[in-house]
Write a protein that binds this ligand. Structure first.
Ligand code: SAH
Length: 207
């Protein structure tokens, strides 16, 4: 899988490839799947609550775009299965992750703990970011669901000089990397990295 990501998709971040090599994807899936499905780089896999674990190529693209350094504080919107969270942890990030589905929040928080990851998990609406405790500002924000627009509350929790990676669009999305060069909209520099397909980012939390 990593060989294909490197050769066919230009994934060059060695810490990312090492993390993906190390982490078996089946730990994060509910169904038992054959390896050729599990490690198909373009296949998203169903998890609980009608959600998906993103395709490996998508996970790799988003993570590489983050331009992550060890020790950085990362806010992830959409914990889902915890696969992406675990990769960020393996790469030395301090991860804060938020999920709106209660079932996934409970299950994934437990799984990440069992695997020894110290990511902090929150149940809530990612449009608001993390509101309980102020762990911010974050060096990086990674949105793993299709957002209708850039959530301004989350942007406010990103450091000036920080990066947000976010798929934007309703039914299908475009992948964006946003550089926050200041507090106002005109200081958010955007770069587009092509088409993407994610489950939608939904308002509110689901008990
Ligand atoms: N990073 C996950 C991807 C899961 S799919 C993984 O590696 O498995 C995206 C997730 O975003 C879903 O679990 C969905 O419930 C969640 N989500 C959607 N809208 C959200 C919101 N407003 N706040 C937090 N999570 C949200």
């Amino acid at each position: 899988m990593c060989e294909r990501l490197r050769k066919e998709r230009g994934i060059a971040d060695t810490r990312l490839l090492a993390a993906m090599e190390k982490l078996p994807r089946h730990w994060f899936c509910t169904e038992t799947l054959l390896d050729n499905l599990l490690y198909d780089i373009d296949r998203a896999i169903k998890i609980d609550c009608d959600q998906t674990i993103s395709a490996p190529a998508t996970v790799a693209q988003q993570t590489q775009l983050l331009d992550l350094q060890p020790g950085m504080k990362v806010l992830e919107i959409g914990t889902g299965s915890g696969y992406q969270t675990a990769i960020l942890c393996e790469m030395g990030a301090r991860v804060f992750t938020i999920e709106r589905q209660h079932g996934l929040f409970v299950k994934t928080k437990k799984l990440l703990g069992q695997l020894g990851y110290t990511a902090k998990c929150f149940l809530g609406d990612g449009f608001r970011g993390i509101t309980e405790v102020d762990y911010g500002p974050y060096d990086r924000v990674l949105v793993t669901c299709g957002a209708p627009y850039i959530p301004s509350d989350v942007m406010a929790q990103l450091k000036t000089g920080g990066i947000m990676v976010i798929p934007i669009g309703q039914d299908s999305q475009k992948m964006y990397r946003i550089y926050k060069e200041g507090d106002t909209l005109d200081q958010w520099r955007q770069e587009c990295f092509g088409d993407a397909k994610f489950v939608p980012m939904l308002e509110g939390r689901n008990f």
